[in-house]
Design a protein around this ligand. Structure first.
Ligand code: SF4
Length: 306
């Protein structure tokens, strides 16, 4: 549980139940700090559960014994904010969570503490398991869930996020949460700059069909030194995919400013057409309905698993 700066003088509590991340994204900003290939590989091999995260959350956000209001986190700082973020560090719903249930324990603990707003970022469909708790939290404060998606093309996804659930499984989870009345959106990131505008629009269409109400766009544009470092690490960690990853990086390097502008335009138009607002304008979002099934008129076909 750590303080995360989110703007000039603003911060939130970031809940990070795991070090490491088994989803193994090659672009992962969290694992960029690895000093060697060995550390880089270890990051995805060991989820490293942080067993004391629940007591740390209680200490940070719970009322001081016999005092009532939330504790001051650090002497001299403002009172604890009433907003927590899940997913700013490693993935909270990575495979280890199926057994460890640390993220679920955090959500259960939040329900015992004074109400907070909860902001979630995830690349995992496992979050749907915790729909009941997220729904209970949404009755006490604002809960937003942003699903990160890079592409609908699973060949691309396997290179960028090798062990993440398929995009369609994530969209299926998004739909389940939206049907439960939760405020759901998508972060289309990292999108390959060589993506066709129609493909990006297709991704937005699927997201909106699943019940997304906000969206954000981020490109995969590593510079020359980052490309070289990634290639070296993927080459050593996963020789089987090195050649395909090299081609993907070459494509990423070929994007022209004009094509990026075309993609940005397609994204803006696609959002307007489907009523999706930017992720950073969440405060202007209407509240999500809290009655199951009121927002989506008909059951969508089941998405296939990967
Ligand atoms: S899911 Fe997130 S934390 Fe995990 S490897 Fe991918 S980008 Fe990194």
């Amino acid at each position: 549980v750590r303080r995360l700066e989110v703007g000039e003088g603003q911060w939130v509590w970031s809940l990070e139940p795991y070090g490491g991340c088994e989803l193994g994204c090659t672009f992962c900003p969290v694992r960029q700090g690895a000093g060697s290939v060995e550390e880089w590989v270890a990051f995805e091999r060991e989820a490293r559960p942080r067993g004391r995260v629940v007591s740390a959350l209680q200490a940070a956000l719970g009322p001081a014994p016999g005092k009532g209001p939330a504790r001051e986190p650090v002497r001299g700082t403002p009172a604890s904010p009433r907003r927590v973020v899940l997913g700013a560090g490693s993935e909270p719903w990575q495979p280890a969570e199926e057994r460890q249930r640390l993220t679920r324990a955090l959500l259960e603990t939040l329900l015992t503490l004074p109400p907070v707003d909860v902001q979630v970022h995830t690349r995992s469909s496992l979050i749907a398991r915790d729909t009941d708790l997220l729904r209970a939290l949404a009755q006490r404060g604002r809960v937003t869930v942003a699903f990160s998606l890079a592409s609908l093309d699973e060949k691309v996804n396997r290179l960028l996020e090798p062990r993440a659930p398929s995009a369609l499984r994530r969209l299926s989870a998004a739909e389940a949460l939206a049907r439960a009345g939760l405020l759901v959106g998508v972060r289309l990131s990292p999108v390959l700059p060589a993506t066709a505008p129609e493909e990006l629009d297709g991704l937005l269409a699927r997201a909106a069909q699943a019940g997304a109400r906000f969206a954000e766009l981020g490109f995969f544009t590593p510079g020359p030194s980052e490309r070289a470092r990634l290639l070296e690490r993927v080459g050593q960690a996963s020789p089987d995919t090195a050649l395909r990853f090299r081609k993907l990086l070459q494509k990423a390097a070929q994007a022209t400013p004009a094509h990026l502008a075309a993609l940005q335009g397609a994204f803006t138009r696609g959002c307007e057409t489907r009523g999706l607002v930017p992720l950073d304008s969440q405060p202007s979002l209407p509240p999500a309905p809290d009655v199951q099934g009121t927002r989506l008129p008909a059951q969508l076909p089941l998405f296939p698993s990967h």
